[in-house]
Design a protein around this ligand. Structure first.
Ligand code: PRT
Ligand code: ZN
Length: 283
């Protein structure tokens, strides 16, 4: 059986569970339980604080884990990164009080920087040859300058709203992060097999993200032009309609191109266009 370490509560919990659900693995949400065994796949979820996930996976207590790349980088655990998961996106940035005249990283020389990510910050400062003092604090880093324990901060930024409301401005983006799937690097043959099945399912969900299924009626005379507009995985499906001179055409498109494709298809006479979500794509 596989065991996956998941954040018990916090920003990554919900999307981690819904990712498992998308690949057919149902586990109970963490209430007071630390472990929850799936009834639909040989896997159990182990609910932890995100800080503990890298080491629990590296040490083998869990086979897999879902954690922010920022935590992994900070803790330096020896694990394999299997996939970037496309959620929990954020960055680690340096920010200074908004009135400061900031012209470049040299500003930080001799200053105090508050952070919960001393290792990533230390590496950045060393690379730049900057001698600054790192003040490690574990929560509410953003209030550091206001209460006088630091001149600047190094913290997670997503929308940037927290910086603004604390009178700070982001001046250096140091590390880009998102949730990643990690594994222990020493799996048994049986575990490898289960993991391969999970990764196969996971790929099919990933490929389907951002895709739409589109079907429409189109005059037979426009079919070739429509096929040029809508390249599908192999080629679009074209079915004759009972009405003389008309076809039904089905294809898969990127959601980002959808409206432009619809505009082009309407221009060549497409009617009754239906757009549906795509759940899985098995190539
Ligand atoms: O209890 P536990 O230790 O498990 O949770 P935690 O409090 O340490 O972590 P949590 O749940 O806050 O975040 C988990 C992970 O989510 C982080 O390690 C990041 O990988 C990722 N993540 C993504 C974020 C954010 N976005 C984010 N915005 N983590 C924290 N924030 C903070 C940010 O620091 C700021 O204070 O949210 C606040 C709002 O950000 P803005 O820029 O949108 O205002
Ligand atoms: Zn944490």
């Amino acid at each position: 059986m596989l065991r996956i370490a998941i954040q018990s509560k916090g920003r990554l919990n919900e999307e981690s569970l819904s990712l498992l659900q998308d690949i057919g693995i149902e586990v109970d949400a963490p209430k007071r339980k630390l472990l929850s065994k799936s009834q639909t796949f040989p896997l159990e979820a182990l609910y932890l604080r995100d800080d503990d996930i890298p080491h629990v996976v590296a040490g083998g207590t869990a086979t897999l884990g879902i954690v922010g790349l920022n935590e992994l980088e900070e803790r330096g655990a020896d694990v394999d990164i299997l996939a970037r998961l496309g959620f929990g996106a954020c960055r680690l940035s340096l920010a200074v009080p908004k009135g400061e005249d900031y012209e470049g990283p040299a500003w930080f020389s001799g200053r105090r920087i508050a952070t919960s990510y001393p290792n990533i910050l230390r590496k950045y400062l060393d690379d730049k040859g900057i001698d600054a003092k790192i003040e490690v604090i574990t929560g509410s880093v953003e209030i550091g300058p206001a209460i006088g324990i630091a001149d600047a901060i190094f913290d997670i930024v997503s929308s940037g709203g927290t910086l603004v409301s604390n009178g700070l401005k982001e001046v250096e983006r140091v590390f880009e992060s998102e949730a990643v799937l990690i594994s222990n690097d020493n799996l048994s043959e049986e575990e490898e097999k289960l993991l391969a099945e999970m990764m196969f399912r996971f790929e099919s969900v990933k490929v389907s993200r951002g895709k739409k299924y589109i079907l429409m009626n189109i005059p037979r005379a426009s079919v070739e032009e429509a096929i040029r507009i809508l390249p599908a995985m192999r080629s679009p499906t074209v079915l004759p309609l009972a009405a003389e001179g008309w076809c039904s055409l089905h294809s898969v498109v990127n959601a980002s191109d959808l409206w432009e494709k619809i505009r082009q298809l309407k221009a060549i006479g497409a009617e009754g266009i239906l757009v549906l979500g795509v759940d899985k794509i098995i190539p």
